[in-house]
Design a protein around this ligand. Structure first.
Ligand code: C2E
Ligand code: MG
Ligand code: MG
Ligand code: MG
Length: 287
C-alpha cells in the first residue's frame, strides 16, 4: 500500500515535471529569437520622493511580449536565461533600452528622470559589462548619473573581490548603485562599509505588514537609521497602503515605490501619467 502510494506520488511528480520541462524547453528555444525580434519591453515603475513628492527616478522592469503566450513577467524567463547564459545578452539589451529611453527624455519635460536597471550577479560576472554600460551611455549621449544599477545581496557572497572591482568602476563613472531586496539575503553588513552603495531598497516582505507587525516596524526603522548614518538613501519597496506610507514618512524614509503610486507601466503611459500630474498619492496608476 505504501509502495503503491509512493509510486502514484512519483508518477504525479514526473508528469508535472514533464509539463514544466516541455514549457521550459519551449521558452528556452523561443528566447533565441526574442532578442532578434525585439520581443522584450521595459516597463517603468516610478519612485516617489517623500521630501517633496516629486518623481525623479523609475525602475525598469523587463517583460517579454511572447508571440503566443502574451506578456510574460521576468519570473517566467529570467531564471531560465540565467541557466542558459542568455542573461548576458538580455542584460545588455536592458542597458541599451534604458539608455535609449534616457536619450529620448533628455530634451523633454522628463529630463529629470533617472532609470534604475536590475543586474543579476551572473550579469556582473561578465568582465565586459562595465565597458558595455560606459559605451552605451556615451553612444547615447547620456550622463552616467542618469543610470542606476540595482543588485541583490548575492553579489556580496560570491566573487566579492571581482564584484567590488566592477562596482567601483561603475561608481567612478557616476552610475548610482542600489541594493535591492535588502534584508532578505545572507550577506554581512560589512559590505555596506566596503562597497560604494548609494541606495538601499528595503524588501517588500518587511513593508507589507510594517503597520501590523511590531518586529517589521523595528527592522524597517533600524534599516532607515543605519542607512542614513552611513550616508545612504532608503527606498521602501511594495508600498500599497496609506498607512504604510505614513509610517515610512514618519520615520524619514526617502523614497517609496509600489502600487499605491503606480504599477510598472510602459513608457508612453508613464509620460501621460506624469504629464497629467497623476503620479501622486491620490491616484494609483496602472492595472
Ligand atoms: P525587483 O527588482 O525587486 O522588482 C520589484 C518587483 O515587485 C516587480 O516585479 C514589481 O512589479 C513588483 N512590485 C512593485 N510594487 C509592488 C507592490 O506594491 N506590490 C506587489 N505585490 N508587488 C510590487 P516584476 O516586474 O515581476 O519583477 C520581478 C523581479 O524580476 C525583479 O524584482 C527583479 O529581480 C527581476 N527583474 C526584473 N527586470 C529585470 C531585468 O531587466 N534584469 C534582471 N536581471 N532581472 C530583472
Ligand atoms: Mg529591482
Ligand atoms: Mg526588489
Ligand atoms: Mg525582488
Amino acid at each position: 500500500r505504501a509502495k503503491e502510494q509512493g509510486r502514484n506520488t512519483y508518477q504525479f511528480y514526473t508528469e508535472g515535471m514533464q509539463n514544466r520541462e516541455v514549457m521550459r524547453l519551449e521558452l528556452d528555444k523561443d528566447l533565441d529569437n526574442a532578442l532578434a525580434e525585439e520581443e522584450f519591453v521595459l516597463y517603468f515603475q516610478p519612485q516617489l520622493d517623500l521630501n517633496d513628492s516629486s518623481i525623479n527616478s523609475v525602475e525598469a522592469l523587463i517583460r517579454w511580449q511572447h508571440p503566443r503566450r502574451g506578456l510574460l513577467p521576468p519570473v517566467d524567463f529570467i531564471p531560465l536565461a540565467e541557466e542558459s547564459g542568455r542573461i548576458t545578452d538580455i542584460g545588455r539589451w536592458v542597458v541599451m533600452a534604458a539608455c535609449r529611453q534616457l536619450a529620448k527624455w533628455q530634451n523633454s519635460p522628463f529630463s529629470n528622470l533617472r532609470i534604475a536597471v536590475n543586474l543579476s550577479g551572473r550579469e556582473l560576472d561578465d568582465e565586459s559589462i562595465v565597458d558595455h554600460i560606459q559605451n552605451t551611455l556615451e553612444s547615447h549621449g547620456v550622463p552616467a548619473d542618469r543610470l542606476e544599477v540595482e543588485l541583490t545581496e548575492e553579489i556580496f557572497i560570491q566573487n566579492i573581490e571581482h564584484n567590488l572591482n566592477q562596482l567601483s568602476k561603475l561608481h567612478k563613472l557616476g552610475v548610482h548603485l542600489a541594493i535591492d531586496d535588502f534584508g532578505v539575503g545572507y550577506s554581512s553588513l560589512g559590505y555596506l562599509r566596503d562597497f560604494p552603495v548609494d541606495l538601499l531598497k528595503i524588501d517588500r516582505s518587511f513593508i507589507t505588514d510594517v503597520t501590523e507587525r511590531h518586529d517589521n516596524a523595528v527592522i524597517t526603522r533600524a534599516v532607515i537609521n543605519l542607512a542614513h548614518n552611513l550616508g545612504i538613501q532608503v527606498v521602501a519597496e511594495g508600498v500599497e497602503t496609506r498607512e504604510q506610507l505614513n509610517f515610512l514618512k514618519d520615520h524619514r524614509c526617502d523614497l517609496i515605490q509600489g502600487y499605491l503610486i503606480s504599477r510598472p507601466i510602459p513608457a508612453d503611459e508613464l509620460e501621460k501619467a506624469l504629464g497629467a500630474g497623476l503620479l501622486n498619492l491620490d491616484t494609483p496608476v496602472g492595472s
